[in-house]
Design a protein around this ligand. Structure first.
Ligand SMILES: [Zn+2]
Length: 381
């Protein structure tokens, strides 16, 4: 039974297009009944919303457990300095951390986000995730550069994953980045059963490519300063992405996060190797850490699938997909809004495997609706 009829000037469907003077009919179970123009239902008044409506946003890359670090890390100093600073300031109390995680969850809800892919190194977010109205998929993130420790690092990850499963929270075990995971550990992760989807921080800095291409640079210096002898590392003469991609399963959806230093050749080669790639951009975090954005138009030119993330409050002042969309639109005004909205809704939902319920205005899906007007977004259903 139809309970609400919403009408707007531009109805972004989430599928990369919009309907002028579009309408949605919502039933009493908060599901979408129909989408179109000139819908009528007897006894139901039409609610008009100025501007545009779009589906609830999907944030494919977040680190809830770093929420207490808002405003604590220096901006625009590069990823290696960022990581070094992070190591030094992880000293908030348990209560502060929990409060910040809870507040971040609420912030995302208020920003119209309905589903989140969240990186976790520990269990501190489990309580919030269990009670949240948002859908969470947790990426249990592993790192470790020493080959002989790979097995025990994997086992710790399996234990952490099991604790999420016990709480009926979805999770998978993933590598942190190409520069912080040994070949052996990559191999273990690739062999994990029922471990989907996968996410990895990709080409966030030039130093990451330097490490694989030439075997030196700022990241190598940083790894050594953390006590890694680098004896287990072999340079490949190729970019980071081209060096590690074969190590992961080709069938499982893979989210490549950041891509700030990804070339056209990288995109071509990667798409050839792996048929289920999603390229995730976190533009506000890129500006915060490296003060540089990925060459986003080149991904559109290649016709690859893109998604969006906020990254954490350690490298962002908001957790809002709409703010990420606006940041891209400001830098690259030629990219259609409908495309950016698809990245921030349906593509993210597809990657997380929840597209039957989330991501677009289509019959039978949850009717989470955001209004976009005068540059702001508001949750209206
Ligand atoms: Zn991240």
């Amino acid at each position: 039974m139809i309970q609400r009829l919403l009408k707007t000037d531009k109805l972004y469907t989430g599928k990369g297009d919009f309907i002028t003077d579009g309408m949605i009919a919502i039933d009493d179970k908060n599901k979408i009944v129909t989408v179109g123009q000139n819908l009528i239902s007897s006894g139901i008044a039409i609610e008009y919303f100025e501007g545009a409506l779009c589906p609830g946003f999907v944030n494919t890359h977040c680190h809830l457990e770093l929420s207490h670090l808002k405003g604590k890390v220096s901006q625009k100093t590069g990823i290696h300095n960022f990581i070094v600073e992070l190591q030094k300031i992880r000293n908030a109390s348990e209560e502060e951390k929990q409060n910040a995680i809870e507040a971040a969850d609420t912030e995302m809800k208020n920003a119209g986000i309905v589903a989140v892919g969240d990186i976790s190194n520990g269990d501190s977010t489990q309580n919030t995730k269990s009670f949240s109205s948002l859908f969470y998929h947790t990426f249990v993130e592993l790192f470790g550069f020493r080959t002989h420790l790979a097995k025990s690092i994997l086992e710790q990850g399996q234990k952490l994953k099991a604790s999420f499963t016990e709480l009926e929270l979805n999770s998978s075990i993933v590598p942190h980045s190409p520069y912080s995971v040994s070949e052996k550990l990559f191999g273990h992760i690739a062999k994990e059963e029922k471990n989907t989807p996968i996410s990895i921080h990709n080409q966030e800095s030039q130093a990451e490519n330097d490490m694989f291409e030439s075997g030196d640079g700022k990241l190598v210096e940083m790894m050594k300063s953390f006590g890694n002898d680098m004896l287990d590392f072999t340079q490949t003469g190729k970019s980071a992405l081209q060096s590690y991609l074969q190590r992961l399963s080709k069938e499982i959806p893979l989210l490549l996060v950041h891509n700030t230093f990804t070339s056209k050749e990288d995109i071509d080669k990667a798409e050839n190797i792996h048929q289920n790639l999603y390229w995730c951009f976190c533009p506000k975090a890129n500006l915060y850490i490296e003060n540089r954005l990925p060459n986003i138009p080149q991904f559109i030119e290649k016709g690859v699938k893109c998604a969006l993330g906020t990254d954490s409050l350690a490298s962002n002042d908001t957790l809002s997909i709409w703010e990420e969309i606006k940041t891209i639109k400001e830098q690259f005004p030629q990219i259609p809004m409908a495309t950016l909205i698809q990245w921030g809704t349906l593509n993210g939902a597809e990657f997380l495997g929840i597209e039957k319920k989330y991501g677009s205005f289509e019959k039978g899906k949850f009717a989470s609706v955001n209004q976009l007007v005068n540059g702001e977004s508001y949750v209206i259903n």
